[in-house]
Design a protein around this ligand. Structure first.
Ligand code: NAP
Length: 377
């Protein structure tokens, strides 16, 4: 179920968008979700040199359980150049590129006046690039004019917005209402992350079948840093002209594991709050949380960002990842923790809310807030 029709006036004509890295796990999600988007129309897709020049259905090994739309199957995969997207008049480019390629390419797109919504980690920790998750920190979009001034993007109108690492996403959605109501002192999180989080072809089957792997390169650092930025504030520091993000300042300790699940990251969280709360207060604060995505009734927004499950054995990835089309974080097993104050388990869809869907929701928020207009500027 999605929110009732948006309170935002739709564009007179659908806004032209592109997808860079269209053949991968995240790229495929983008294409399936953009196929019938009410505000955006897919105009250009790119991938590496091995795919460029082919029809999409020849270049990509389609892995989604929904059919590849016929018009997308016949699209030409373009070379991954800024010119490919400029020639197609794309106002927005969604980036599902490997980090190594994304770093310079996203800067080049933004400098050329394109609004970039990225899944790569390349620019997440840049001082004026928001890690935006409308369910958790919609207000951070207001940094964009400062980014444009600092980066020289003002005249042409480009910018970069990122979404978080797919595990940070589920976590911060659950943390934001707790931060607002009680303050956060520190937390400990252990993840059980799906195989699709490693891209395609990803982890070899002989490594992951009948197994768990207690190491994902770079993941624990991201989970310990990104939530601080996402739940931090915008402010000035001495000696700098433009505002930047100031970290929230709570402590996070993360342990990340790869498990034998296709989609859906599960996380076990223990948290110490700044103020005392009762079980009923913690549960109500999670269950009742409404973000700006709900208030604006964005096209992809679920009715509730958090589904509070009361069954003793939920959430489970296979049963809970697709709730409200994969845009919800399911939280369950909220109970007292003998070491910290509270503990709970959460589950979120890593390639929907944690990747392509999250980026599309970001672009919907940007349009709703006037940061995307019909023409390129
Ligand atoms: P993936 O399945 O490996 O796909 C990577 C994409 O990048 C493919 O389309 C590939 O095209 C393209 N590419 C690779 N090298 C290129 C080059 N030199 N020039 C142009 N295109 C190139 O990876 P993924 O899982 O979709 O992840 C994409 C990005 O999203 C990564 O930065 C990842 O960290 C991030 N992310 C992933 C998830 C997730 O759950 N999977 C969640 C959040 C964020 P070819 O097919 O032509 O090689």
């Amino acid at each position: 179920m999605s929110a009732p029709s948006s309170s935002v006036a739709p564009p007179a004509e659908r806004i032209l968008v592109g997808v860079a890295g269209c053949t991968g796990v995240v790229g495929q999600r983008f294409l399936s979700m953009l196929a019938e988007h009410p505000w955006f129309r897919l105009a250009a897709i790119s991938a590496s040199d091995k795919s460029a020049g082919k029809r999409y259905d020849e270049a990509a090994a389609w892995k989604l359980t929904t059919d590849l739309p016929a018009d997308i199957a016949a699209m030409a995969v373009l070379p991954n150049t800024v010119e490919s997207f400029l020639a197609a008049k794309c106002v927005v480019v969604f980036s599902a590129l490997d980090t190594g390629v994304a770093t310079q390419f996203e800067l080049d797109l933004a400098a050329a006046g394109i609004k970039v919504f990225s899944n790569a980690s390349s620019h997440r920790m840049d001082a004026r690039v928001p890690i935006l998750i409308p369910h958790a920190n919609a207000e951070h979009i207001a940094i964009l004019p400062a980014q444009q001034r600092a980066m020289g993007y003002e005249e042409k109108g480009g910018y970069i917005v990122t979404n978080a690492n797919c595990s940070s996403t589920g976590l911060v959605v659950a943390l934001r209402p707790l931060q607002d109501a009680f303050g956060i002192d520190s937390l400990f999180v252990t993840t059980l992350q799906a195989i699709s989080g490693a891209g395609y072809p990803g982890v070899p089957s002989l490594d992951i079948t009948d197994n768990t792997i207690p190491y994902i390169s770079g993941e624990e650092d991201k989970m310990e840093m990104e939530p601080q930025k996402i739940l931090g504030r915008v402010g000035k520091v001495e000696g700098e002209k433009e505002e930047r993000f100031i970290p929230a300042g709570f402590k996070v300790s993360a342990q990340c594991n790869r498990v034998h699940v296709i989609d859906g990251h599960q996380e076990c969280v223990s948290i110490k709050l700044k103020q005392k709360a009762t079980l009923e207060q913690v549960q109500a604060c999670l269950r009742d949380w409404q973000s700006e995505a709900q208030l604006l009734r964005l096209p992809s927004a679920p009715v509730h960002p958090i589904h509070l499950h009361t069954a003793a054995n939920r959430p489970q990835p296979r049963l809970d990842r697709d709730r409200e089309r994969g845009f919800v974080v399911t939280v369950g097993r909220v109970r007292e923790c003998p070491l910290f104050d509270w503990k709970f388990t959460l589950c979120s869809h890593n390639t929907v809310l944690g990747a392509a869907g999250g980026s599309i929701l970001n672009a919907e928020l940007a349009y709703a807030k006037g940061y995307i207009t019909q023409t390129k500027k």
